[in-house]
Write a protein that binds this ligand. Structure first.
Ligand SMILES: *[C@@H]1O[C@H](CO)[C@@H](O)[C@H](O)[C@H]1NC(C)=O
Ligand SMILES: *[C@@H]1O[C@H](CO)[C@@H](O)[C@H](O)[C@H]1NC(C)=O
Length: 581
């Protein structure tokens, strides 16, 4: 009897081991849902992403947990809302801007990479992290991807912002320089103070020896000019590439990032295959986030300027990775997921970042255009080709879905916001696992989505909306919209109510007064919000103002003190010719 039981257990274990898929998770940066072919775009070419949808599932109602990168990525990795882990700020900035800051994803959080590692997977992050680096010193790496389950990391510890473009005048550093030295006249004020100081000494108001005066002058002038030097060299301090713990390129050359990431991803998959080990690889592109500097092979190739070129470069890379899986016979049992960290950036003024029929964009926590993201899944073994999932789903669902597939137990000591998606994607159920979804902007609850357990309608209420400028779906005077502030947002009491199933563009608010049924929907949502608020606990705010003061001793730097190096990966083996599809 016991023998028989052991036999059954063994067989069960063996079967689950055979069926445990590999994972390839593609994450685009600021890609709009209207930029992708299979979501209705007929001029931007994304054949490789479209193919994933055709041979797998297209998720037309897939929601990012936040409308900007840092909190959205934190939620994706952990299956939990950013507000639960202090990754939701009170005001701008609501994303990390420095590498020399102790802000980061709290180490008490558990990522999907850690779950998979415990189950014997090999795990890599290729690309953008943007969730912190150090706590105290330049190399303690307390927030490094290696500390969150990733065995291998190659990519950008921060981001590919405007600072990274050598030709870009609109960078954050330049913005601060203009503010300090232009608007606030820091330089003129320094000169006036210095002249006044010399005059006071000349007329004998105090006495100072020459030696002291010279030392004072040197200190004074370096203090007054060093912000200028630091800020105008922002590119060197935030735009870097690391391989595991080492800085390998500083400042980075954007035009080579996507090809380098592609080469690294191919290499990683090949070696995982040689070791015969299940693997999980997250490929987090910096495309098509500004700055836009695609590789020469893609420049001018699209019909939508540098933006379109950048999207097509990314799609090419997806194609190379998929061809590698095919070549190694891994397609059948690899779970592939493609999504974007948030919607298109309407204010950035380039020729894309188009959110289709959805209102608003990046930075607007409750706007559909900021959070409904182009998403496809492929796993031939379990997902039928040509599936369309129209029910609301979330990026936070990936962790629980993966846990279910690999037999990992979910952390039981904390509320999870993600749900297992497999029953919905496989067609065993036709209703979203989410009754409520909460849409924050920073730490302010802007909107709530409600999918009643009966009927076919998904409702959405807006408590707070951004004051948009007509015509651009964004806040032109700012780089991004603000989450709070009387002249920045409008509060709605009673909230605006939309039927997003039949009115996805949210242009016909439903009058709550005239319809008793709507009052009931709002009351049920309020109850959902109350339960949700009761599940939140007080945590340390990673976006507190002191976390935005640079700490030079925490700055990652190669070839100290020059902070200068180049990573020469051989890219000659990449099939660039495959771009004309
Ligand atoms: C395709 O994408 C481009 C670039 O974002 C956009 O300008 C265009 O309007 C999109 N086309 C459609 C049909 O959505
Ligand atoms: C909901 O949609 C399904 C399939 O689209 C349909 O069969 C069903 O009748 C609908 N139910 C209601 C209550 O409208």
């Amino acid at each position: 009897m016991a023998k028989r039981l052991i036999f059954i257990l063994n067989t069960a274990l063996l079967c689950s081991a055979i069926h445990r898929p590999n994972f390839v998770l593609f994450l685009a940066d600021d890609l709009g849902i209207g930029d992708v072919g299979c979501f209705g775009n007929d001029t931007l070419r994304t054949p490789n992403i479209d193919r994933l949808a055709a041979t797998g599932a297209k998720l037309t109602h897939h929601i990012a947990a936040a409308s900007v990168c840092t909190p959205s990525r934190a939620a994706f990795l952990t299956g939990r809302l950013p507000i639960r882990m202090g990754m939701a700020g009170t005001d701008r900035p609501i994303m990390f801007l420095l590498l020399s800051s102790p802000a980061g994803l709290p180490t008490s959080e558990i990522t999907f990479a850690q779950l998979a590692k415990n189950e014997g997977y090999q795990i890599a992050l290729i690309g953008k992290w943007h969730l912190g680096m150090n706590c105290e010193w330049g190399d303690d790496h307390c927030h490094h991807p290696n500390k969150y389950g990733f065995d291998y990391f190659y990519g950008l510890p921060l981001s590919n912002g405007l600072d990274c473009d050598p030709n870009e005048a609109r960078s954050f550093g330049n913005y601060l320089v203009r503010m300090l030295y232009g608007d606030c006249h820091l330089f003129e004020i320094s000169v006036a103070l210095y002249v006044g100081f010399l005059a006071l000494r000349y007329f004998g108001f105090f006495h100072l020896q020459w030696k002291t005066l010279i030392i004072f002058s040197l200190l004074y002038w370096s203090a007054m000019t060093s912000p200028y030097v630091l800020l105008t060299n922002g590119r060197r301090y935030v735009c870097i590439i690391m391989r595991d713990g080492d800085v390998v390129e500083q400042p980075l050359d954007i035009s080579t990032i996507a090809p380098k990431m592609t080469a690294e991803a191919v290499k990683y998959i090949e070696q995982a295959q040689r070791k015969n080990s299940p693997f999980l690889i997250e490929i987090a592109y910096s495309n098509p986030h500004t700055a836009l500097v695609p590789a020469p092979q893609f420049r001018g190739a699209s019909r939508h300027g540098l933006y379109g070129d950048s999207v097509e470069e990314m799609d090419w890379s997806v194609g190379v990775v998929m061809a590698t899986l095919e070549k190694l016979g891994l397609t059948e049992n690899t779970f592939v997921y493609f999504t974007s960290d948030n919607g298109g950036h309407r204010e950035s003024g380039h020729e894309g970042g188009w959110n289709g029929v959805y209102k608003g964009g990046k930075g607007q926590g409750g706007s559909e255009g900021g959070i409904r993201v182009p998403t496809v899944m492929q796993w031939p073994r379990k997902i039928k080709g040509g599936t369309t999932v129209r029910e609301p789903t979330s990026q936070m669902d990936i962790l629980p879905t993966m846990a279910g597939l690999i037999g990992a137990r979910l952390p039981a000591d904390r509320p999870m916001d993600g749900r297992d998606l497999m029953p919905l994607v496989e067609g065993q159920t036709d209703i979203s696992p989410h009754e409520f979804m909460f849409h924050y902007c920073g730490r302010y609850l802007h909107a709530v989505r409600y999918r009643p357990r009966q009927g076919n309608t998904t409702w959405k209420v807006h408590y707070i909306t951004n004051k948009l400028e007509p015509g651009i779906e964004g806040c032109r005077t700012d780089v991004l919209c603000m989450c709070e502030g009387d002249n920045k947002v409008t509060h709605h009491r009673p909230p605006l109510l939309y039927d997003v199933t039949n009115d996805p563009s949210e242009i016909r608010p439903i009058s709550v007064q005239s319809d008793a049924k709507c009052g009931d929907i709002i009351a049920r949502i309020e109850k959902g919000v109350e339960d949700h608020r009761n599940s939140l606990t007080e945590v340390e705010d990673q976006f507190k103002p002191s976390n935005f003061i640079p700490r030079p001793w925490m700055q990652p730097c190669c070839n100290v003190p020059f902070c200068s190096c180049t990573d020469d990966i051989d890219l000659s083996g990449l099939p660039f010719s495959r771009i004309e599809n």
